[in-house]
Ligand binder design. Structure first.
Ligand SMILES: [Zn+2]
Length: 205
């Protein structure tokens, strides 16, 4: 999956590009949405999807149930197989694990809003305690910030700059992050995925 997010390093963070939400698009390459055994996506960010080749293998190995299929059929000399668009794991995977410290997950934790002025839109990252003051690149010291706030704060602490933080940055657990994730549409949306992504909001008629 090309859009999976890589972990931040201190050096990488300096050149982080502003975050943008992109419009939903059709999936290419026939990936399948992967649900846990409780029929919730294994993860929201990045959304748990597998390439069709992995899905076919998992079906063959009897590790997943096919929940929904594409129109697309693949053929071998001896068989025909309709590509799954949604599969569910036969064995439940415990979700109680720490979320990866990624750029996207930091934005997600902060609700895609500047933690100084509350604005949405173009965002950068700010070291709350500046690196020049020994501030580290961690969940507890990185917040989303709009470019003007980032510029205004400069190499100062929030107290020095007189810019209080809206929510003190903490390491989220996976449930908190998944909760936040439900508020934002994922990049890839296939019609058959919607039921599994948005069970708790009203669907359009
Ligand atoms: Zn701001």
């Amino acid at each position: 999956m090309s859009r999976s997010l890589t972990a931040l390093s201190g050096a990488a963070l300096a050149e982080v590009q502003p975050g943008r939400m992109t419009a939903p698009r059709s999936p290419s390459g026939w990936p399948a949405l992967v649900l846990n055994a409780d029929f919730r996506p294994l993860s929201y960010y990045p959304l748990s999807i597998w390439p069709w080749q992995d899905v076919v293998k998992a079906v063959w190995q009897d590790r997943v149930d096919v929940v929904s299929v594409y129109d697309k059929v693949v053929r071998s000399p001896s068989m025909e197989f309709q590509l799954p668009s949604v599969v569910s794991l036969k064995t439940y995977i415990d979700q109680d694990r720490s979320p990866a410290f990624t750029r996207f997950n930091v934005f997600l934790r902060d609700g895609f809003t500047c933690q100084y002025c509350g604005q949405a839109g173009e965002l950068t990252f700010d070291h709350v305690v500046p690196r020049s003051h020994g501030g580290r690149t961690t969940w507890e010291n990185i917040v989303a910030a709009c470019p003007p706030c980032n510029l205004r704060k400069g190499g100062r602490t929030p107290v020095q700059a007189g810019m209080p933080i809206r929510h003190a940055p903490r390491r989220p657990n996976s449930w908190q992050l998944q909760d936040a994730g439900r508020r934002f549409p994922p990049d890839y949306l296939h019609n058959s995925w919607l039921d599994y992504l948005y069970w708790d909001i009203e669907l359009e008629p």
